[in-house]
Ligand binder design. Sequence first.
Ligand SMILES: NC(=O)c1ccc[n+]([C@@H]2O[C@H](COP(=O)([O-])OP(=O)(O)OC[C@H]3O[C@@H](n4cnc5c(N)ncnc54)[C@H](O)[C@@H]3O)[C@@H](O)[C@H]2O)c1
Length: 382
Amino acid sequence: MPHRAPGSPGHAQYLKGRPIRYYRPTGNSGVRDLIDGGFQAFNAGRLSEACKIYTEKMLAPESDTTIGLTVAGALTPAGLGGCVIELMERGLIDFVISTGANLYHDLHYALNFTLHRGSPFLDDVELYEQGIIRIYDVLFPATVLLETDAYVRDFLVRSDLSGPIATSELHYRLGQDLLSLNPACAEHSVVAKAAQCGVPIYTSSPGDSSIGMNIAYHELMNGSTLMIDPNRDVNEVCAIILAGKQNGCVILGGGSPKNFYLQGQPTLWEVYGIPKGGNDYFIQITTDQVVWGGLSGATPAEAVSWGKVNPGVLPDTVVAYCDSTIAFPLFCEYAVGCEHNRRPRRELVHKRDELVADLLQQARASEDAKVTNEPAEVDRHR
Ligand SMILES: NC(=O)c1ccc[n+]([C@@H]2O[C@H](COP(=O)([O-])OP(=O)(O)OC[C@H]3O[C@@H](n4cnc5c(N)ncnc54)[C@H](O)[C@@H]3O)[C@@H](O)[C@H]2O)c1
C-alpha cells in the first residue's frame, strides 16, 4: 500500500525526524558484558537478574518452559516490535498477550507507513491543525490511521470471518493476509511474523483499540456477525498453560495483558478444579508501583496468594522498575547472545483446538472426581 501525500503543507516540518524502524537484537557481546558486569544494584541489578532467569532457567532445554510475553504501553509505536519479532523467530516466546493498540500500530509498519522520531514538547493544537498524530515523541500523519483503518475494514470484508472467534484466530488471519500482500513484511511486523511462526497473539481488551473499532464498524455498517469471543481466549490461554511442563512469563508494563496471562493459573485451580501449582517463572519490566494497590504494580509475592505464582519459586521471579523502551531491547540483546538462543517453535496457533479439548477432558475428570469424593456433602444439602 503506497504512502498517501500529507494533506497539509505544514506537515513536513514535523515529519523531518528519522523514521522509526523496528530494531532487531543481534546478541551484542558489549551489551552482555555491560549487563553482567555493570548492572549490579538497584534496578540495573534487577534487570541483570531478569536476564539470568530468562536465559539460564526459562530457556534451558531441560526446563521446557512455555513462555508468554505480555505487552502494554505504546511499545510498537516506539519501535520495539523488532525485539518481539526476533524472540518469536528464535522460538524464545511461545505466545503473546498484547493490548490491541500495539497490534494496531504494528500494522503501520506492516503496511510500510512511516512513523517519525520527534519531540514530546510540541504544540498539540498546531499538530492537530496540521493533521499530525503524537504518541509522546513519535509523530505521524493522521492519514496513516485512516489508511490502516481502511486496510483493516477491507481485510474483514475479504476474510469472510463470521460468528464468534478468538482473538488468536483474528490475529492469525490478519497476519496471513499481510503476508499474502507482501511476504517481506514479516521482517517488520509482529502480527505477520507471529502468523509465520505459529505464535498465537491474544488481546485482553479487544474492543479497546482501532482494530476493535473497525470490527464494530463491520457489524454496524455491513451487518457482519463477526465478533470476538473472550471466552475462547480465556480457555485457549488456560489450555496452553495447562499443557506447559513449566510456565513462565515476561511482562512488559502492566495493564490487562498482565492479568490475562496470570489468571490462567486461577482459572485452572479455582474454576476447573485442576491444580497446576502456579507459574514457575515471572519477569516484569514496568514503571508501575506496588504502593497504589493496583494489579499492574502487584509483586510476584502477592500473586502467590492467588495461586498465580508457585510459592516455591519466588527466587525465580523478579520485577525491574524500568522504562521498557530502555530495558526490553537490552534484555533481548542478552537473550539473543545467550547459549540457548534458539528453541524449536511450539507453533501453538495450530494446536489450540487440541489443547482446549485436553483442558475440557481434564476439567470433566476433575468434576467427576469431585462428585465421587463428595457424596456426603451433597446429601447434607438435600
Ligand atoms: N488507537 C488505538 O488502537 C489505541 C491507542 C492507545 C491505547 N489504546 C488502548 O488503550 C488501552 C491502554 O493501553 P496502553 O498500553 O497504552 O496503557 P498504558 O499506557 O496505561 O500502559 C499499560 C501499563 O504499562 C505500563 N507502561 C506504560 N508504558 C511503559 C513503559 N514505557 N515502560 C514500562 N511500563 C510502561 C503502565 O504503567 C501501565 O501499567 C489498551 O487497551 C489499548 O489497546 C488503543
